[in-house]
Design a protein around this ligand. Sequence first.
Ligand code: PMP
Length: 1000
Amino acid sequence: MTNRHWAAALAAHWGIEAELTRLDGEYDLNFLARTADGAGYIVKAMRPGCPEELVDLQVKAFEHVVNAAPDLPCPRVIRSSDGAAMLSIADERGAERLVWVINELPGRCYAKAAPKSAALIHEVGAVLGRMGKALADFQHSGLERDFKWNLMQASWIADELDCITDPARGSLLEEISAKFSDLLPALTQLPAQAIHNDANDYNIIVAGNLSEPRRVSGLIDLGDMCNAPRVCDLAIAAAYIVLDHPEPEAALAALVAGYHAANPLTPAEVDMVWPLLRMRLAVSVVNSTLMSAENPDDPYVTISQAPAWRFLEGHDLNSKLVNARLRAACGLPVVDGADRVLAWLDAERGNFAPLMGTDLSETPMGSLSVENSTWPLNPFDMPLAEAARVGEEYGSGIWLGYYNEPRLIYTAPAFRKGRWKASNRRTVHLGVDGFAPAGAPLYAPLAGEVFIVENRAHHLDYGGTIILRHETPAGDSFYTLYGHLDPECCNRLKPGDTVERGEAFCRLGDPTQNGGWAPHVHFQLAMTTDGIEADWPGVGDPDEMYLWHAICPNPAALMNLPDEKTCYRPADKGEILNARRAHFGENLRLTYSDPVMLLRGWKHHLFDEWGRPYLDAYNNVPHVGHAHPRIQAVAADQLKRMNSNTRYLHPAQVAFAEKVLSKLPDPFEVCFFVNSGTEANELALRLARAHTGAKGMVTPDHGYHGNTTGVIDISAYKFNAQGGIGQSDWVELVEVADDYRGSFKRDDPDRAQKFADLVDPAIARLKDKGHGLAGFIAETFPSVGGQIIPPKGYLPAVYEKIRAAGGVCIADEVQTGLGRLGDYYFGFEHQGALPDIVVMGKPIGNGHPLGVLVTTRAIAESFAKGPEFFSTFGGSTLSCRIGKEVLDIVDDEGLQENARAMGARLMAGLLQLEEKHASVGDVRGMGLFLGVELIRDDGSEATEVCSYIKNRMRDHRILIGSEGPKDNILKIRPPLTIDAEDVEMIVATLDLILNEIAAS
Ligand code: PMP
């Protein structure tokens, strides 16, 4: 009824014919009006008695903003047919209401948008900043308002704190309120202007879908505008942006940086954001507590407080460090005077006393970076025995370690920043190291006062440590830190002591004194101790370098060295990407819209150029784990001896063959060693033809067997792909035995036989064409086809038909063999089938190029009637040693059993996700060969969702793949070493990302 009344008014006065839907509104009636041609408007019928000035303020402000910044995303006021911005119209009860209309903006509110990326938040800041700029000269009598949401008047809560009954919460709010009072005089000094004053997460509109980045499409609702300093506007937006954000400090930094880029702030304003943000949240919780006292039965009031309390109670951040962070994010001096200190240090470069008693300009640099160094062997564990030897490759003389260098040597839990092994980790060195023999004296580069002297005796800590405070001639202070010292300094020096320029004030400790490290000094500069006090981080998170570079700049000047000498430059991803494009063809593809560069690995983790860890849940080549020490050892050992081919005898050849054959049933007697799965499949085709004298092959659709001319012909995944060479005459395809999406579904008990029967006409066609039947080849469990487990009994039924027609049965076990399936060593065991030829590939070399074909004596004999078989590298001594070692490791480390146990765990977690999320259509697989099929509401293949998840998993540091004819199946195939913690990470992260999809 109401809708029809206002629809009629809209038609009569604005000439807009539309259907109205009621929207939420605290006091006023709001409607979405949708016209037949899809245009949208918001109709606002204000509460009876609403002062005209309030609507006039909003109309004029919108019109002012549109004039001042035409491309700013904010709504336009739609005037009535006779040009009025608002009209007084009686509602159905006869009460007069002011009615006005604006256009609808595309998108959804920020509260419901996911993910809330730093880029999106930066844009929110920028839009708010531009709006602030546009409103700077807007005047209106309605702006001088006394009301509870004017942050300048927030002190009202001080008198209401009694309503907070929890004493801890009460004192928290008292503290926030007191800090606000301290700030108020300075705040009042700032110029006031018209501000939006309510950029909460329902007033920011965000457009974009899964396949395009989110962008801000609107800043709406000027109903709370008032005059106040612009920083209040920013702090109010910030108070919503941080709530329940997984990285609130980064989110806050992005918002403030975005605002600053559009509407530059002063350092003093930046310092006000944090206390004002907290005060705004305090106002919120006090206000809603008071309201709940008025409406004790309304549970919503308490629920809506929860995020604010969670933030206030859970993020007792160091305000000085927050200020430093926000200043750094804006490119402002991190503390007042930091820019002057840096200029002075630069000017004095060359005049400081030599830290190590000698001119360092020719001293060599030694890199301990992720890229250049293999310290430590296990990037998750640095034993003391290794720490004491770090850098020994650079000799025992003086050498320097880089500033800004990402290193994997910092493995203690204190360096990890999140819950998982693949969580952010502090890796980037914030000082310069001076390596020299233990006992070497250090000389103060300039005079200073001892700020801290102590012995940090924990393993892998600093041992003896000194921090000096210095002052420039202009009176600006800064600090230097010297770590890994002989703790004797603690007996000689005390805080407040003066150290003269050039004074030998301490010396390098040995590993028993300096935390356990090879003797060196860690020399670090800091512009301030605010927020870090005596406990400076010596390494930083690579994603937070904007902050740490500003607080702890390169100390090269103090060593009389140019910054470039001591500053490490990690391999530049952009440069490598460009060079790669220049040197390689376009169909050499990269995964991810933001590709990863991977430089180290360990078990089922990989590390990028900044030392960021990734959980590898995709790569099946490192079957027994990346960088396995036994593989390293066996490869190095063999390369020290010799590496030759199968024309000569070597015990490793038979040892490997015997190991392979021990895993297979009796009829398999003969091995062929080649370089790849492709080559093994090529050879399988030759064997089948030699044995049968026929050419024709039957193979399931969407299969993949390799990249050469011969096997591409039997790989429908390639020959039928866009631009593919098409199907050869001698190849017949049969439907994949996919009982989720295929012709016969899981509810059909005869589906295995029905899929197998499809082979009959294929054989008949090959015979009709005169090719005869050489054989049948299939990935035992189709992988690129979508991680499919054929119904039990499928392969035996197919093999029976193939053999009856004279063909050979080839099982491509490249993906499924060697224990990955947990319950079975090979996939054909699950089917109860016995192939004639088994092909093994990539995992068998754990990264070393190796393929193996195993067959019966009879087939090998047919093939032996032809020319000599020789592969130069296939079966090389090195390959045989590595292949055997891989199979031994699977046995020795119980990796097949681990695949079973972890696979079951992962499957259980994924099945729960299937129950919970509509976009998960099917979860299937066995052991650590798993697929998650993503679907749209109508059950069709959700390619875009799959791509989104793959990229978001990468953002969360998990590598997985996607597969299937429509590329809508997540492929999860980690190295067999994966453990319960990392399984949990996969499931929990996938859950988070599926929630984002549900929200979009
Ligand atoms: N067969 C299957 C089932 C495969 O998955 C692959 C590679 N992904 C191959 C054969 C080809 O192996 P390679 O790349 O080692 O030549």
